[in-house]
Write a protein that binds this ligand. Structure first.
Ligand SMILES: [Zn+2]
Length: 400
């Protein structure tokens, strides 16, 4: 059994917990972690601690694949638009305490120099995060805008919005100088040059997501044909459903080849709507996101972010124009919300890990608990509290 286990890698056996595997939840399964990978998924007698190496008893806990947040503007007092690499690592550490093992720092529309500085910080973090103390890994960058619809701006700053005429318009989007970095963008295909923009970015390997949009069905079909395959904070910052003009919501609900993400905080969408989305899209086509902003983790108060005052009252954000300005929840809150609405642990694992991993094209290495994949894991107790977060086999958070 241990033939393939090399002698010089550290071994750790996680046993006693329920484990959420791709095929469903199983009891009496142990995970043998070797270095940064899950070396074995062990059952029955094999699951007992006979292997060389340490054993961690996790009786009473449920191990999920680590959560992946593809839309996050910061937390713990740090805004991704102003963060240094050290600041971002601070966010990564906070996120790990909430069960997140990977995330995409997400930028709001800003001046070229602000974009460039923020993207350099992400590059800096990515190039050294394996040497830093274990924390959620940044996987790349997500540009929310600037090619979006002014009429669905939400809390984004419209003076920085753009339309598209040729590839030099993309110079504003600094790429992450790290091999394998994911580049995601939220755009509105109906803006001038929008379809050409989708085609160009898809050809460059970007993950193109439709959002902040009022596109009609014909435009959305063209965007999908050009390479858009996802929708950002579905139902928020998009034209609402109308039975004679289905728009982005009607289109997104019925397109099985399009995934969508939702802020499952119960504020951005009513819990009943979250149930509706789950029923129409199924867990395989939903990614949970936090869309969290800097005050996340700090409590209610008034904060200065994105050149304006943002108030957090009873866990809700509001800017001076009265718009919701992102959330102050974490992926953990979204997971708990979906569980409270009756989603199974299996479905939650898909929404919080597998779907986002597939969206970013990293599902060959993470997003599910399988032999050979990274040991990116979170163990929750029955109250939904994080008891352990492991990132690439390293302990990033632990409550004894
Ligand atoms: Zn956002």
């Amino acid at each position: 059994m241990t033939d393939h286990i090399s002698k010089n890698q550290s071994l750790l056996l996680l046993r006693g917990a329920r484990v959420v595997l791709p095929q469903g939840i199983e009891q009496d399964v142990a995970l043998l972690v070797e270095g940064n990978r899950i070396a074995r998924v062990l059952r029955g007698a094999d699951a007992s601690p006979t292997h060389a190496g340490a054993t961690l008893d996790l009786v009473g806990l449920t191990i999920f694949p680590g959560f992946i947040d593809v839309h996050n503007h910061g937390a713990a007092g740090i805004d991704t638009m102003e963060a240094s690499a050290d600041d971002l690592h601070h966010v990564s550490t906070f996120l790990a305490s909430c069960g997140v093992t990977a995330w995409l720092p997400t930028l709001v529309p800003g001046a070229d120099e602000d974009y460039s500085r923020a993207a350099q910080a992400v590059t800096g973090l990515m190039n050294e995060q394996d040497e830093r103390p274990a924390a959620a890994r940044a996987l790349g960058i997500h540009y929310e805008g600037p090619f979006v619809n002014v009429a669905q701006c939400g809390a984004l700053r419209t003076p920085y919005f753009r339309t598209y005429s040729n590839s030099s318009d993309l110079d504003t989007l600094t790429k992450i100088a790290h091999e394998g970095a994911a580049h995601m963008i939220t755009l509105a295909p109906e803006i001038d040059g929008g379809i050409e923009l989708v085609r160009e970015l898809a050809a460059r390997g970007w993950v193109v997501s439709i959002g902040h949009t009022r596109a009609d069905v014909e435009t959305l079909d063209r965007a999908a044909a050009a390479g858009a395959r996802h929708m950002t904070h579905f139902m928020n910052a998009m034209l609402p459903l109308n039975h004679r003009a289905p728009g982005p919501v009607g289109w997104g609900l019925v397109r099985d080849d399009v995934t969508c993400d939702v802020i499952a905080d119960g504020v951005h969408s009513d819990p009943l709507i979250l149930k509706l989305i789950l029923r129409c899209k199924t867990a395989e086509r939903i990614a949970l996101i936090s869309d969290s902003i800097a005050p996340t983790g700090l409590g209610d108060g008034e904060y200065h972010i994105w050149d304006e005052k943002i108030a957090v009252v009873n866990g809700r954000t509001q800017n001076e124009r009265g718009s919701i300005a992102g959330s102050v929840v974490t992926m953990l809150d979204c997971v708990r919300m979906m569980l409270s609405l009756g989603a199974s642990a299996h479905d939650v694992a898909r929404m919080a890990a597998s779907t986002p991993a597939r969206l970013l094209g990293v599902d060959d290495s993470c997003g599910s608990i399988e032999e050979g994949k990274r040991a990116d894991l979170v163990a929750l107790d029955d109250e939904g509290r994080v008891r352990l977060t492991m990132v690439g086999g390293r302990m990033a958070f632990r409550v004894e």
